[in-house]
Design a protein around this ligand. Structure first.
Ligand SMILES: [Fe+2]
Length: 236
């Protein structure tokens, strides 16, 4: 299993506040059988890509050094780490230079967080322009968090674009079987499940229990489809 959306890198954003916390979160991922974790700190379009990469590199090095200090058997148990970013949407995203450097594991998929306000047509045009002009594919972060803000028309306009969409584990763990999150995953409208974990308690890594519950709700074939799409995003 792979967690495609985490704020585990230390001191990057509102996620892990220390290396100790990062290690504890990685330990939780490992205990749930997660093999791969992508570190996706927030990138604001007001930052420069170069400045962000420098900061991310430093944080990743700090974490790698702490992992190397662990006993060898503990090191081996931890998930394999990959780098990415969660990019804040702007209508003119296509104008930003070097965004391909923030893609999942240097591939062609870029995780994008959309605005938390009612979308107008500009969001859909902006996402299409971005994809057409850069050749990169947006991956829509935690679509479940927009359900209460957007109307049906806006959500179906987003689905019509056909970009991969993530549902948060919290929406799965606390969902009723007929909830929109579960229906999106069952129908294949959304094909990815991620933790978006920020800490060890309130927004913790919980992909293991979420996938167990989901399998009961949507069946093994839909789970296989989710795993296939997850591998595609990570491996390109
Ligand atoms: Fe996030």
């Amino acid at each position: 299993m792979t967690d495609l959306h985490t704020h585990i890198l230390p001191d990057m954003d509102d996620g892990a506040k220390s290396v100790k916390e990062s290690l504890a979160m990685l330990r939780m991922e490992a205990d749930q059988g997660i093999d791969n974790v992508v570190l996706t700190p927030h990138f604001s379009h007001r930052d420069t890509v170069a400045g962000f990469l420098e900061k991310r590199e430093k944080a990743a090095r700090k974490l790698a050094e702490a992992i190397i200090r662990l006993p060898e058997n503990k090191q081996r148990e931890l998930p394999k780490l990959f780098l990415g970013a969660e990019v804040e949407y702007t209508d003119r995203l296509f104008e930003l230079q070097d965004l391909e450097k923030l893609c999942y594991a240097d591939g062609k998929y870029l995780l994008i967080e959309l605005p938390f306000m009612a979308w107008r047509g500009n969001v859909f045009t902006g996402l299409s322009n971005f994809a057409n002009m850069t050749g990169l594919t947006p991956v829509i972060a935690h679509v479940d968090r927009y359900f209460s803000i957007q109307n049906n028309q806006a959500l179906s306009a987003l689905c019509d674009l056909g970009f991969p969409m993530q549902i948060s584990t919290d929406a799965v763990l606390h969902a009723l079987p007929w909830s929109r999150s579960v229906r999106f995953l069952k129908s294949g409208k959304a094909g990815l499940v991620v933790t978006d974990c920020h800490d060890q308690k309130k927004r913790q890594p919980n992909l293991g229990p979420a996938m167990k519950r989901l399998e009961k709700l949507i069946g093994p074939d839909a789970i296989k489809r989710i795993n296939r799409q997850t591998d595609e995003i990570l491996l390109g």
